[in-house]
Design a protein around this ligand. Structure first.
Ligand SMILES: *Cc1c(COP(=O)(O)O)cnc(C)c1O
Length: 360
């Protein structure tokens, strides 16, 4: 068996320890004689799995008691609709457009009400985060929406926008559990887990209790009402049980690493190696304003599409996989999530140095 360094943006690398543990428990989960995939979501064993997963996540993120944790399906994309359906009481919301995902979320919300795009970085291909210290927040906005880490463009909000008292809703799909957060600053924090936490099929929604009501837009399906899932502790219908089980293991893995402070330190150290190299390279160049650089997704280019393609191909041959940039941007992108070891980033930088020498 040989594993590659997988720089995929998502689904993405998972901690090897977690995969090994899951493999060991595949046929017989803790003496139940069955796999977690085969058991009832109403069983005692699964109840323990989901309860512990929630407890561990609460511990890691320091989630206050007045927030619910929901394990849902439909991916982050389904939240693009679920958020306005549940939160747009006055049918108006403000969106900050920092990339494709925020753009898609805004477009979806437009089906349900008025969407005010109060800031955008589209003028420079989303290569920066706009100044959000004094935004024209709409008087009647039900919430202000951001995509906190822009997976495709490699930018991250280093400071949350001043929402002038309005509820902040954040898509954190690609920075979930990468560093400590102050949950109390948000109304909703949500993300698909397939970037930094677990297998595709689970989306975690952390939502302040006062936002969970029966007062949703007319026609909102039962399954798309937060209250349904909050009341049923994420077991209204069959959840993505195996996915939640793996997420739970990743939470324990992060705990064992020292929690989110330690994760942040490791992630900063990893990102620094790559950014430092990019900043002095004669061939490669980062595409993002330095102050807004993501710790998780690092896009870079040579400036020559053919050379980019050659790099991606040769990197793959060297065991460095999925470095091709998003189809909308081109170039390269290294996603260096929690589970990417330091050695993986070192190997990438070593390969880039060699490639640079060979392709002057
Ligand atoms: C991947 C991604 C999405 C889409 O996630 P799905 O689970 O495929 O719907 C949304 N937002 C961000 C920031 C992402 O990285």
């Amino acid at each position: 068996m040989s594993r590659v360094y997988n720089f995929s943006a998502g689904p993405a690398v998972l901690p090897e320890e977690v995969l090994r543990e899951a493999a060991e428990e595949m046929l017989d989960y803790k003496g139940t004689g069955m796999s977690v995939m085969e058991m009832s979501h109403r069983s005692k064993a699964f109840e323990e799995i989901i309860t512990e997963a929630e407890q561990d996540l609460r511990g890691l993120m320091n989630i206050p008691d007045n927030y619910k944790v929901l394990f849902l399906q439909g991916g982050a994309s389904q939240q693009f609709a679920m958020i306005p359906m549940n939160l747009m009481k006055t049918r108006s919301a403000d969106y900050i457009i920092t990339g494709q995902w925020a753009k898609k979320a805004a477009k979806e919300a437009e089906k349900y009400g008025k969407v005010n795009r109060i800031a955008s970085s589209e003028d420079k291909t989303f290569s920066y985060i706009p100044d959000c210290s004094d935004l024209p927040v709409s008087e009647d906005a039900d919430y202000v929406y951001i995509c906190e880490n822009n997976t495709i463009y490699g930018t991250k909000f280093k400071e949350l926008p001043d929402t002038k008292g309005k509820t902040l809703v954040a898509d954190v799909s690609s920075c979930f559990l990468s560093e400590p957060v102050d949950v109390t600053k948000y109304g909703i924090i949500y993300g698909g887990v397939q970037k930094n936490i677990g297998p595709a099929g689970v989306v975690i929604v952390i939502i302040r209790e006062d936002l969970i009501t029966e007062d949703v837009l007319p026609g909102t399906p039962t399954m798309l009402t937060y209250k349904t899932h909050a009341d049923a502790k994420s077991l209204y219908n069959t959840p993505s049980a195996y996915g939640i089980y793996i997420c739970g293991k990743v939470f324990k893995w992060i705990k064992a690493q020292g929690g989110l402070e330690a994760m942040k330190e490791k992630n900063e150290k990893k990102a620094k190696v790559l950014y430092d190299f990019l900043d002095q390279s004669r061939l490669f160049k980062g595409t993002v304003e330095k102050k807004d650089r993501s710790l998780m997704n690092v896009p870079f280019v040579t400036g020559d599409a053919q050379l980019d393609a050659k790099f991606v191909k040769e990197a793959k041959e060297a065991g460095l996989e999925n470095l091709k940039g998003h189809r909308s941007v081109g170039g390269m992108r290294a996603s260096i999530y929690n589970a990417m070891p330091y050695e993986g980033v070192e190997a990438l930088v070593g390969f880039m140095k060699k490639f640079e020498e060979e392709n002057q």
